[in-house]
Design a protein around this ligand. Structure first.
Ligand code: ZN
Length: 448
């Protein structure tokens, strides 16, 4: 602190420094005792200055980082105003608590009620933006429309301020409906996208008591963070005094957030302070840093290489010889040991059948397979003769013959499976097919 004051002394004239220090002290500490006439006010415990470009997205509802708050610190935010009927009441309640907040104003609302924008600013709150028309599904809009919404929202609020200043470069997307394009555009404009750490569902059809309960329960669970509320909802007007009173009772503190400017540098922070609950230094984490998104410098697609581009493939041996003759050094040509010309595409009807020798079946097993195949052929022949004789004798259907064929001698079935086991594969069940209208049993080996 002393070092920073000495630094300031060198940079600024004395009078300006006095004003700056007074402002800084007032911003750093505005406890309840400093809220005249309101002994029960929670006040604003400190103001932090943030650089949007250093942390372009915040709020643990959607992102890994949030404001660098200490335990039991809360940042109040209000969306969708200004709407005089309720926004003015919200401003009165906050004034009675000397609590400073951030208002994300809608451009069309600002156009309709520019005085409301100035009231927010004059009360010392941070004026931020929330698009021009508050589109419902901004993540599904064409990116150009989203850009237009964001820029028009800023322009409308700037016009309403009417003092040549712009709103803070803080943006909240309606419904938090972010997408990559919106985030990249916001970052390119130096805007900080504010999600939130917890809402209180005050835009839904719930009671004011429910808003109060959700705000406190969700805050208790996280211990600190950005609370998302709306200054256009009657239930919020009813719930807010109770929320602020309870925050104070439970030992929470309100923090005000303002953007960094050339004259107002960002509050010094460590990167880990931007995590809601950073792991203690003594805890080893296995989280690797996120892989960055690479920007492509050239066209998105590369041309498909032509066959002639490949070094090993050359039909220009004559040309190479001529160049060599002129003394031009050439890389050595390495041809494949043999090249097979395939027939033109579409004319290839079938591939050659591989020779049996490539399967390398051990000789004894192969011999037994041949023997079992011979036995199986004999069994099938026997089954056929049985079937024929049965038909002659009793005029029975094929069912009888089929049953006979389905029960080959045990030795035959065992032998038929031997080659399969020798190859380490599971035996396949025997199947039946029809040949010339007759059922024939075929061993699994034949199907492989
Ligand atoms: Zn909204």
């Amino acid at each position: 602190m002393i070092a920073s004051v000495l630094g300031e002394l060198r940079r600024r004239p004395w009078t300006a420094l006095c004003v700056g220090l007074l402002t800084s002290v007032a911003a750093q500490a505005a406890p309840a005792a400093d809220c005249p006439g309101h002994p029960d006010a929670i006040g604003t415990s400190r103001t932090i200055v943030v650089d949007p470009r250093a942390y372009p997205v915040i709020g643990t509802m959607q992102y890994g980082k949030t404001l660098p708050l200490q335990e039991r610190e809360v940042v109040l935010t209000f969306d969708d105003g200004p709407l005089p009927k309720y926004s003015n009441q919200i401003l009165d309640i906050l004034a009675a608590h000397c609590a400073k907040a951030t208002f994300f104003l809608v451009g069309s609302q600002a156009n309709a009620n520019p005085e409301g924008v100035r009231k927010v600013r004059d009360a010392g709150h941070t004026v931020a933006t929330h698009t021009q028309n508050h589109p419902g599904g901004m993540d599904r809009l064409p990116l150009d429309r989203s850009k237009q919404e964001i820029e028009q929202g800023i322009a409308s609020v700037t016009a309403a301020l009417a003092d040549g200043t712009a709103p803070a470069p803080f943006l909240r997307i309606p419904g938090l409906r972010r997408n990559d394009g919106i985030e990249e555009f916001a970052a390119s404009k130096g805007l900080q996208l504010w999600s939130a750490d917890f809402p209180a569902d005050d835009w839904r059809d719930v009671s004011a008591n429910r808003v109060y309960e959700l705000a406190m329960q969700r805050l208790e669970r996280k211990g600190k963070g950005i609370l998302l509320l709306h200054d256009i909802q009657p239930r919020t007007v009813i719930a807010l005094p109770r929320i602020l009173h309870e925050l104070k009772t439970r030992g929470y503190r309100i923090v005000h957030v303002v953007p960094a400017t050339p004259e107002r540098p960002a509050t010094p922070t460590e990167p880990r302070q931007w995590q809601l609950h950073p792991a203690p230094d003594m805890v080893a984490t296995s989280r690797w840093p996120k892989v960055p998104k690479f920007a492509f410098a050239g066209p998105a697609a590369l041309p498909v290489p032509a066959l002639s581009d490949l070094d090993w493939h050359t039909t220009d041996l004559g040309g190479r010889a001529a160049r060599r003759g002129r003394g031009i050094p050439l890389p050595p040509v390495t041809l494949w040991s043999s090249q097979t010309m395939l027939p033109p595409a579409g004319t290839l009807a079938a591939l050659p059948v591989p020779a049996a020798s490539i399967f390398k079946i051990p000789e004894p097993t192969f011999a037994s397979a041949l023997a079992s195949a011979a036995r199986r052929v004999a069994t099938v022949a026997q089954a056929r003769s049985t079937e024929v004789s049965s038909a002659k004798l009793g005029g029975k259907s094929h069912r009888h013959g089929r049953a006979a064929a389905a029960q080959p001698p045990a030795t035959t079935g065992q032998a038929a499976q031997t080659p399969q086991h020798a190859e380490g594969t599971s035996p396949k069940p025997a199947v039946q097919t029809k040949r010339n209208g007759r059922s024939v049993r075929v061993a699994g080996l034949k199907k492989r």
